[in-house]
Ligand binder design. Structure first.
Ligand SMILES: Nc1ncnc2c1ncn2[C@@H]1O[C@H](COP(=O)(O)OP(=O)(O)OP(=O)(O)O)[C@@H](O)[C@H]1O
Ligand SMILES: [Mg+2]
Length: 502
């Protein structure tokens, strides 16, 4: 008999929020069980209860017939239950081996730490996983993907590992890195571990999960077998309505007008010279592999990185953005990809986080903040983006990951820019909210805004853009219109497009 993990009547209440409501189901060893649910459905909370980060308000969890109750993640790990979060939980200054054996480094007979032994044992695990890294490497010198691998190996290094959970692990990984992660997950599965995989990406769920547990508004809906139930049915179960073909059902009707933004030979230390134009009312997609230079080009345009060459012309006038703040004053905003790092003000409320870019616009002529105006802006953001929060005064960190993301996007949009640049805007946002978000992008274009959309999700760029620019090797290598674009075409241009030296 394989391992069995059972959740029995788990509830979790936060002030004003019923995050989990009487959850009961089982997960089995040798299977990958995905969690699917809208932003705020309770997925992360359930994992935090399982690993002792939170205590349940009611209910229990049982591993192989034994009632468990962890008071901390440390207790859970010692007992063979590990949760890998999107934010790294490792120590960057330490080596791979030191992280794997943190707090339990092997000791010599005389009681000294035996680094050589730790390195040998770490090397064995690294080889088991087939990874091209050394146990001596400092973790800070490795990519995010490999840092995550170290966390997985740390869990794996305990002989008693039974349950390993991943909470949106691929959000900042490239396709190749996702493949490497999936290989590791398959290995863990073959060894009979219970694997829980939380993601909003349906294609990943289809690829890696054997079963899908669906959650809605803190309740457990059902578990279905991947492949037996069509994707549209799963989405209907999580969203509560039929989404249909979200791209085909968009009300576009945007009219493409005159040139709004002209970028001429712009370069920085991080990107080569590039030129393109954006029209009024146009959604312009930017496609390319991770590292192609899309984000870097936008950063040079808004002055987040120093522009080395070139000009930025908005509505026929040359502008000089020395900082993102200048750019915002000029009417160009960038919603950054790494919203966790660059966006969230953890100690402030939802309302304050939405309003932070508006401080000036919301101030009266004496420089005092008009709190009535602030309330309006926050209320509109919460409504437009369907942000799940009991009140605008709630601290942003108490929201689910996806809802935090929505606050940041709402913040930038509330400044009413002429040019809106969005870098991977739907990362971490659930399928239902995505549909609404896409419609919002179309509406912006309809109002004459120029929208630049950087996205690694092919269907998203193809489904939304009027025109798509492809970058490779820090250069623009080609362009396709809405009519001629195909997924294959974009991909091969992004991989093979000719990079001309500037
Ligand atoms: N520490 C906390 N204090 C108060 N409320 C919280 C706290 N943590 C979570 N919540 C609330 O519990 C609910 C469930 O949140 P959870 O993070 O589990 O959602 P999720 O399914 O992981 O969503 P996402 O897909 O956005 O990550 C949300 O309404 C959230 O605001
Ligand atoms: Mg979550």
């Amino acid at each position: 008999m394989g391992d069995v993990l059972e959740f029995k009547g788990i509830s979790k209440y936060f002030p004003g929020v019923k995050a989990l409501d009487d959850i009961s189901f089982k997960a089995y060893g040798g299977e990958v069980l995905a969690f699917l649910g809208e932003n705020g459905a309770g997925k992360s909370t359930l994992l935090k209860i399982l690993n002792g980060d939170y205590q349940p308000t009611a209910g229990e969890y049982i591993l192989n017939g034994e009632l468990k109750h962890y008071m901390s993640p440390h207790e859970a790990i010692e007992d063979g239950i590990s949760v890998i979060y999107q934010e790294r939980q490792i120590l960057l200054e330490l080596t791979v081996a030191e992280n794997i054996y943190l707090g339990r480094m092997p000791a010599s007979k005389l009681g000294f730490i035996d680094s050589a032994k730790a390195n040998r044992e770490a090397k064995r695990i690294i080889d088991d996983f087939g990874l091209p890294i050394s146990p001596n490497t400092k973790v800070k010198d490795m990519s995010i993907a490999y840092q995550q691998m170290v966390e997985i190996m740390k869990a794996y290094s305990r002989d008693n590992l039974k349950v390993i959970c991943f909470d949106e692990p691929t959000a900042s990984l490239s396709d190749a890195e996702i493949d490497a992660l999936f290989k590791v997950i398959r290995k863990l599965k073959a060894e009979g571990k219970i694997i829980i995989y939380v993601s909003h990406r349906m294609n990943e769920i289809q690829e890696i999960a054997d079963k899908v547990a669906i959650f809605k508004d803190g309740k457990y809906v059902d578990t279905v077998v991947t492949g037996e139930v069509p994707e549209s049915q799963m989405i209907k179960m999580m969203v509560g309505r039929d989404l249909g073909d979200i791209y085909n059902e968009l009300d576009r009707n945007n009219e493409i007008g005159d040139v709004l933004l002209e970028v001429k030979n712009v370069s920085s230390d991080y990107v080569k010279e590039n030129s393109f134009v954006l029209h009024k009312g146009e959604v312009l997609g930017f496609s390319g592999l991770v590292g192609a230079g899309r984000t870097e080009l936008m950063r040079a345009i808004i002055g987040a990185d120093k522009r080395k060459t070139g000009e930025v012309i908005l509505e026929g006038k040359k502008i000089d953005n020395k900082s993102p703040h200048d750019a915002q004053e000029n009417g160009i905003v960038l919603v950054p990809e790494d919203r966790k790092m660059q966006g969230i003000l953890a100690n402030l409320s939802v309302a304050e986080n939405i309003n932070i870019s508006m401080l000036k616009a919301n101030s009266n002529k004496f420089g005092f903040v008009d709190s009535k105006k602030e309330e309006e802006v926050a209320a509109r953001g919460i409504k437009d983006f369907n942000i799940k929060t009991p009140s605008p005064d709630k601290k942003i960190v108490e929201l689910s990951g996806g809802n935090q993301q929505k606050c940041i996007v709402a913040r930038w949009i509330s400044t009413n820019p002429k040019v809106l640049i969005m870098d991977e805007p739907t990362k971490g946002i659930d399928v239902g909210a995505k549909a609404e978000f896409y419609q919002m992008i179309c509406d912006f274009a309809k109002q004459g805004m120029g929208v630049i959309l950087i996205s690694s999700e092919m269907p998203e760029v193809i489904g939304l853009s009027d025109r798509i620019i492809v970058m490779r090797g820090l250069k623009i290598v080609g362009e396709m219109s809405r009519e001629e674009v195909t997924e294959d075409g974009l991909l091969s241009m992004g991989m093979l497009g000719e990079v001309k030296e500037a």
